[in-house]
Design a protein around this ligand. Structure first.
Ligand SMILES: [Zn+2]
Length: 295
């Protein structure tokens, strides 16, 4: 019930891509009028404060946090009023830990993550630098020499297909040879398509330009004031943060941002800044990593 009253769609606003740069508020028929909605919200808040059944503590990083030491997901523990995150690599009954990564105070960790993300999103120079760094590393590891091989294979298949096609046009060719040329042409075309699909599936993100990054930052900063409630904060983090690796005091915030659609549309095939030439016409989400220490 509480969940229901917190969704503004019940009073006539539906958020598309809420928290993302291209968020759109769509008016929908209101189920409750504003006054009823406000009263219900007050009641729900009252209930959550005075209802003593379930603990209602809100953890901002639930599900996003992983232990850097062992890779396990982290859990939360109330710790009698001083809540903490703990590596989830443990047994409950009897309590036994299999990873000794230090526990971290919820307040400290959430504050550090929140500030680190906003520091970067409000500084386009820093954001661009981090994107470049991660992009260069990804290109090296994910495709590396495999990409060159694919590009070569595509070129070879194109040559073979063209030669076979040439043969098929020869009017004096014997029927068996013509049939063989046709088969060779089909096979080469199939090889080309397969290699191109592999290249596409590798989804090398094309690095956005400095101007595009500056524009992204501007949009984030403009929307920042609206992100105040827990739900909004959580939604925002889910949009920007893929996961956080922590082994206190070290921490890596792995982020990924969807790229604005206009950026892809304005660039035609063959005009991208990636090393893929005419094949890099798609725009995968762009990732970057923020490294911080938890104070
Ligand atoms: Zn661990």
């Amino acid at each position: 019930m509480r969940q229901m009253f917190r969704q503004e769609a019940y009073i006539g606003t539906f958020w598309f891509h809420r928290g993302k740069p291209d968020a759109i508020a769509i008016p929908v028929p209101a189920i409750l009028d504003q006054e009823t909605f406000d009263r219900a919200t007050v009641q729900a808040t009252h209930n959550s404060v005075f209802h003593r059944g379930r603990p209602s503590r809100e953890y901002l990083l639930t599900g996003l946090l992983r232990c850097r030491r062992c890779g396990h997901r982290c859990r939360t523990e109330p710790n009698s009023g001083h809540p903490r995150y703990i590596c989830g690599n443990y047994e409950r009954h009897p309590f036994r830990r299999f990873c000794e990564a230090p526990r971290i105070s919820q307040r400290k960790l959430e504050e550090t993550v929140w500030n680190a993300v906003w520091d970067v999103l409000s500084d386009s120079k820093m954001l661009y630098g981090l994107m470049r760094e991660t992009h260069a590393a990804e290109e090296k590891t994910t495709i590396g020499s495999g990409r060159d091989a694919l590009v070569k294979r595509i070129a070879r298949a194109k040559r073979t297909a063209a030669a076979a096609f040439e043969l098929m046009l020869d009017g004096d060719l014997e029927p068996e040879k013509r049939a063989a040329a046709k088969r060779a042409h089909l096979a080469a075309e199939a090889q080309r398509k397969e290699a191109e699909a592999t290249l596409r599936a590798a989804q090398i993100a094309v690095l956005p330009s400095r101007d595009e990054v500056a524009e992204m930052c501007e949009e984030f900063v403009t929307g920042r004031d609206e992100i105040t409630r827990f739900e909004a904060k959580r939604e925002f983090l889910e949009t920007v943060v893929d996961h956080v690796l922590v082994d206190a005091p070290d921490m890596e915030i792995h982020c990924r941002l969807e790229q604005p659609a206009t950026a892809a549309g304005s660039e035609g095939p063959g005009k991208c800044n990636g090393a893929l030439g005419p094949y890099a016409i798609f725009r995968a989400p762009i990732s970057f990593v923020i490294k911080r220490r938890v104070a």
